[in-house]
Design a protein around this ligand. Structure first.
Ligand SMILES: [Zn+2]
Length: 316
């Protein structure tokens, strides 16, 4: 019998996805449910159990040797618990233990979703071949993860690389996390849209006031829309430069819906980095768009599981 697959779980505020993943990162069998995010802890766990049950009906299931979970955070990998901000029913929920029970005792590895995305980009994506990388998701929130010395660096609780809550504006707006002037408070999609609206930008006839609509307006030359993306780029650049200066990264990979704005974000981001990443050892820092797309969470969760199972022998 081959035992060459891992089961991956990607748990977010809107969907719970699962897949059987092979050693090349291919997703062989998939299952997915909407996250019953406003329901009780047991109802949410029920949806997780359903996607696992669906996977286990595949004849390939017997080849699975471990389960990797990438979850919306905060997570506590040392305790095996999760407390996703957008799933209020789960507070210190013992996800590792419950998934372990559901899969008959296979080893279970938990990381935060930013760390999972980073594992995927390092294994098969834009950070492949880089020993020191910061990978970020800029979307409804801003998340991230680190690769240091060629290895994924989840940190003791699985949350390392949380660049969205690094403050880049000392007296800036209060952030829901309790701090002020966080990267996320300036650079997330909703905050890009909010800033544009506050400065007088108005959506088109379709009423779309999302960051993607602001990006479209910026592309058409709207000055307020351009300025809102420039401010987001500035915050991201300050956060990336701080990270590079602290731990010497070679590349920053930026993904998520906001990165879909392309040059509207990346051109001012590269300009701003030259302003903030000034010391000789960070001047060569590269910025690249993420390439793993919406499967990054599943591929990365699988990578995290393989990493543990093999004692870190697999270079993910
Ligand atoms: Zn914050």
């Amino acid at each position: 019998m081959h035992t060459d697959l891992v089961a991956a779980l990607d748990i977010g505020g809107t969907k719970i996805a699962a897949a059987l993943v092979d050693g090349s990162g291919a997703l062989l069998v998939r299952a997915q449910r909407p996250t019953p995010a406003r329901e009780s802890a047991e109802t949410v766990m029920g949806a997780v159990a359903e996607v696992l049950a669906e996977l286990s009906r595949s004849p390939l299931w017997e080849r699975a040797t471990a389960v990797g979970i990438g979850s919306a955070g905060p997570v506590d990998a040392s305790a095996g618990t999760v407390s996703p901000v957008n799933v209020p029913g789960w507070r210190d929920f013992p996800l590792v233990e419950r998934v372990g029970e559901a899969v008959g005792g296979l080893p279970v590895e938990l990381v935060g979703d930013g760390v999972a995305m980073t594992a995927a980009e390092h294994w098969l994506g834009a950070a492949r071949g880089y020993d020191n990388a910061l990978c970020m998701v800029v979307s409804t929130g801003v998340g991230g993860g680190l690769v240091l010395g060629g290895k994924l660096h989840p940190g003791p609780t699985g949350n390392a690389g949380h660049i969205g809550h690094v403050s880049v504006d000392l007296d800036g707006d209060p952030c829901p996390c309790g701090s002020r002037g966080c990267v996320e408070r300036i650079a997330s999609g909703p905050n890009i849209a909010r800033r544009a609206l506050e400065a007088g930008w108005r959506p088109g006839p379709d009423g779309d006031a999302s960051a993607a609509a602001v990006a479209a307006a910026a592309r058409a030359g709207d000055r307020i829309a351009i300025a809102s993306f420039e401010r987001a780029a500035q915050a991201l650049a300050a956060g990336i430069a701080a990270t590079a200066t602290l731990v010497e990264i070679d590349i920053a990979v930026v993904g998520g819906g906001v990165a879909g704005a392309g040059d509207i974000l990346f051109a001012p981001l590269r300009r701003a980095l030259r302003q903030y990443a000034t010391l000789s050892f960070v001047q060569q820092l590269t910025v690249a768009p993420a390439v793993m797309g919406t499967d990054a969470g599943l591929v990365g969760a699988a990578a995290a599981a393989v990493r543990v199972e093999s004692g870190g022998a697999v270079a993910v």
